[in-house]
Write a protein that binds this ligand. Sequence first.
Ligand code: 5AD
Ligand code: SF4
Length: 437
Amino acid sequence: MKTFYIETFGCQMNVHDSEKVAGTLLAQGYTQVEEPEQADLVLYNTCSIRDKAEQKVFSRLQQFKREAGKGKVFAVLGCVAQQEGARIFDKAPHVSLVCGSASYTRLPAMLVQLEAGERRVTGLDLDTGETFETPFTRRDNPHRAYVTIMEGCDKSCAYCVVPFTRGRERGRTSQSVMDEARRLAETGYTEIQLLGQNVNSYRDPSPAGWDFAALLARVGEIPGLRRVRFTTSHPRDFVRQIVESIDANPVLANQIHLPVQSGSSRVLERMQRQYSRDEYLERIGWIKAARRDIAISTDLIVGFPGETEADFEETLSLLDRVQYDSIFSFKYSPRPNTAALGLDGQVAEEEKGRRLTIVQEQQRAIQIRRHSELVGRVEEVLVEGYNQATGQWIGRTTQNRILNFTHASGNGHSLLGEYLPVRVTRAGPNSLAGESV
Ligand code: 5AD
Ligand code: SF4
């Protein structure tokens, strides 16, 4: 019996790719194990969005180097695989398989080559035009399912590796997305998260020709689904119709992630983001004008080359203006192949750290204030877990907030996967606490 172990770094796209890879391996007769020591085949699905993420895989490979002698096969998948290619064999000679996400459909064939005794196999073709779909996908979460609608990215943000690691945009047919979503709903999934590097630029390759707003609205009508989310959006391609669809159908969750990256139009231009601060704020205006209370989150980079103190203050003023429900903020990290490498005005590491701390403190205060306004409200949660230590259930609201709660009826039956009304009794910066009603 052949066994495999897979560890995933990076975004939801990667998490879902790993579910597909695991399903593919299971269909090939492998069994999944929980520890790398027990596996014949060890796979790392990697991320290279920032240098720190990239270093993780090399430290893992270093850690288990000696195991390679015992017949264990090591594989590097995902964004570092695509970015570094065969150079990975030089850095970590015990690796046998290097494969980027655009070549995953070839994985079964590559495994056959390895089993036949080939020492080194690569899948690095970036322009395959393929979307990796499998009928075997083995999903980790029994209630929320990720569904890929498109892969790749055609934008050229000056800081970003994704166009180099995931290739050109390619959409999946609306028919195939709808069929999978219906099948998931029939088998008991109640939440679906539509995935793509830029879902807003989704184009149905079939004659039906749906755009993203149309696809989103149709998925939201599938019987059995309670929540539909999507990630990630690009402001340039974000249209008002998406907000209108959400407004019209409560199944489409009250949550939009709209990465801004900077509050300064000058920096946005240098980043090649293709929108200005005002154009971004116009989209925020659409979302805030909705009848539903749609939570807004964002991604931010501080210390992009050429970012002055005045630019940075514009980011702070944007945070004040938008009042985000949550943010993900990062220090700019120079990446191979990207346009920003050649820009002057690199910001010192220490200064990036200072700006990041300021951003995070300001946002923390905003979240504490916004969360405190929720105390007393009743929110519907999907129950996702149980915390033994605190005796609290872990729920998630339609706005994607974590709401930890106690539940009176002590008959011990599991609440996992249920939708329950919970009254908010306490607010912290990153989560809420409450009791079921
Ligand atoms: N340095 C820092 N952050 C980055 N991101 C993307 N590329 C970089 C980089 N080179 C951030 C962006 C993006 C998120 C997924 O990661 O904010 O939206
Ligand atoms: Fe990391 Fe970006 Fe690749 Fe996702 S697409 S794994 S965030 S580099």
